[in-house]
Design a protein around this ligand. Structure first.
Ligand SMILES: Nc1nc2c(c(=O)[nH]1)N[C@H]1C(S)=C(S)[C@@H](COP(=O)(O)O)O[C@H]1N2
Ligand SMILES: [Mo]
Length: 406
């Protein structure tokens, strides 16, 4: 983050504007003094993230992991990517936080406090894979605008909460319900209170799945602020943009939800494959639902050195949106031949699966290890970039690491 030198020339009034309050002893402030409160915060400290995480944007905050940071079976907060579209809400009061269920297709709108949600409904815990639809965007050509995610906008944490289904059944929904849409407490970057940074949703069938949670804890603790404290919708296996953070309202809709970032090229891809760079009309764009099959080698770090004659043990995770991963393979000869990895079952539906393999190399030299997952419907990850789309979504190309046998 660059220090904003221009603040040295700011008047006291301007400083007060930025700080949101008067600088009480401003007239005693040394000349050219740089107020601590105007300095850019350290995002790693602010969000309890590991120093190796990569900041892609600070307005709004967007941060990703590197492949080797994601080696844990369950992603801890310090390695979890942050994807914000607006400003994180301030001054959250848990005692007054409430969730309203409304919309055209509810019988009677209802509001629950956090305590009511926790007391009235059964708690469930699931490990759920959340991958940003734009993970892998940085590789598309022509390039797509937006955060240039490489491979690290994915996580699988353990979420605890109540089932959205149980709450919707408690409110009572009409048979014409087709979609739910979320609303949240984060604010638009422009400061305009009438604008929402994002308000997405899922079809009613996804909303009613056992694993779709209104979560209030992550990895056994309160959800960290950046990840949606104190209440978050979690829809595993779908673009993580459907998992609304800082949740305040869910509308049950009698049509496809039309909130912010549901239309245009947001989280939508051409319904039919197009040539790279093609301009696609809105009516030919389809909403992304289940995420495609994908995998990540999380150990060793790319660039690892192995001693001549030793085997290399690789570890990683594989996931396939709504589906299971049924096969995991690696190649050390640029995809000519493939060998099976051992692949574990997921601890529950929609959680990523862990794989490992012990690889032997014929002689000293440079190699690449490529990893490829296949889902339960027989679809494999492509070795090269998949279908180009205007916003650079759904890049599930094989992950690869470099190793040298020395
Ligand atoms: N309220 C709200 N919910 C949100 C977002 C947001 O900006 N505001 N970003 C979405 C997007 S695009 C993604 S990829 C995930 C990121 O979740 P994480 O930051 O907890 O990793 O949250 C989703 N939920
Ligand atoms: Mo996202």
């Amino acid at each position: 983050m660059e220090r904003r030198k221009f603040t040295q020339k700011l008047s006291l009034a301007t400083m007060a504007g930025i700080l949101g309050t008067e600088v009480v002893f401003g007239h005693k402030m040394p000349q050219n003094y740089f107020p601590v409160g105007l300095q850019d915060p350290d995002p790693f400290k602010l969000f309890n993230k590991d120093k190796e995480m990569v900041v892609l944007n600070d307005k709004p905050w967007n941060m990703e992991a590197k492949a080797h940071l994601l080696n844990d079976d369950i992603t801890p907060n310090k390695y979890m990517f942050i994807r914000n579209n607006g400003k994180i809400p301030e001054n959250i009061d848990v005692s007054t936080w409430a969730l309203t269920i409304d919309g055209e297709s509810v019988k009677n709108p209802k509001t629950y406090t956090l305590d009511e949600l926790k007391q009235r409904f059964t708690k469930h815990t699931y490990q759920l894979t959340l991958e940003c639809g734009g993970n892998g965007r940085s590789e598309f050509n022509p390039p797509a605008k937006g955060n240039q995610w490489t491979v690290g906008a994915v996580s699988c944490a353990e979420w605890t909460g109540v089932r959205l289904r149980d709450v919707l059944e408690d409110v009572g929904i009409n048979p014409d319900a087709v979609y739910i849409g979320y609303h949240a407490a984060d604010t638009h970057l422009s400061g305009d209170p009438r604008k929402e940074p994002i308000s997405r949703g899922v079809p009613i069938a996804k909303a009613m799945q056992n694993e779709t949670l209104l979560a209030f804890s992550m990895n056994g603790e309160d959800i960290p602020l950046a990840h949606g404290f104190p209440l978050r919708l979690v829809c595993g296996g779908w673009p993580a943009s459907t998992s609304g953070k800082w949740l305040t309202r869910i509308s049950v809709r009698n049509k496809v939800h039309d909130g912010e970032k549901m239309g245009g090229s947001s989280y939508r891809v051409p319904c039919e494959t197009v040539a790279p760079g093609t301009k696609v009309d809105d009516e030919n764009m389809c909403i992304i639902e289940s995420m495609p099959v994908k995998s990540l080698i999380t150990f060793p770090k790319s660039g690892a050195l192995i001693k001549n004659g030793q085997n290399l043990q690789i570890n990683g995770h594989a996931w396939a949106g709504e589906l299971e991963v049924s096969k995991m393979e690696y190649s050390i000869d640029f995809g000519s031949t493939w060998h099976n990895c051992s692949l574990k079952e997921s601890s529950n539906r929609l959680a990523w699966q862990h794989f490992k393999a012990s690889i032997s190399f014929p002689k000293k030299g440079y190699y690449e290890v490529w990893a490829r997952a296949t889902d339960s419907q027989g679809q494999s990850q492509p070795m090269v970039l998949p279908g180009w789309n205007p916003k650079g979504y759904l890049n599930n190309a094989c992950h690869r690491i470099a190793v040298k046998m020395v």
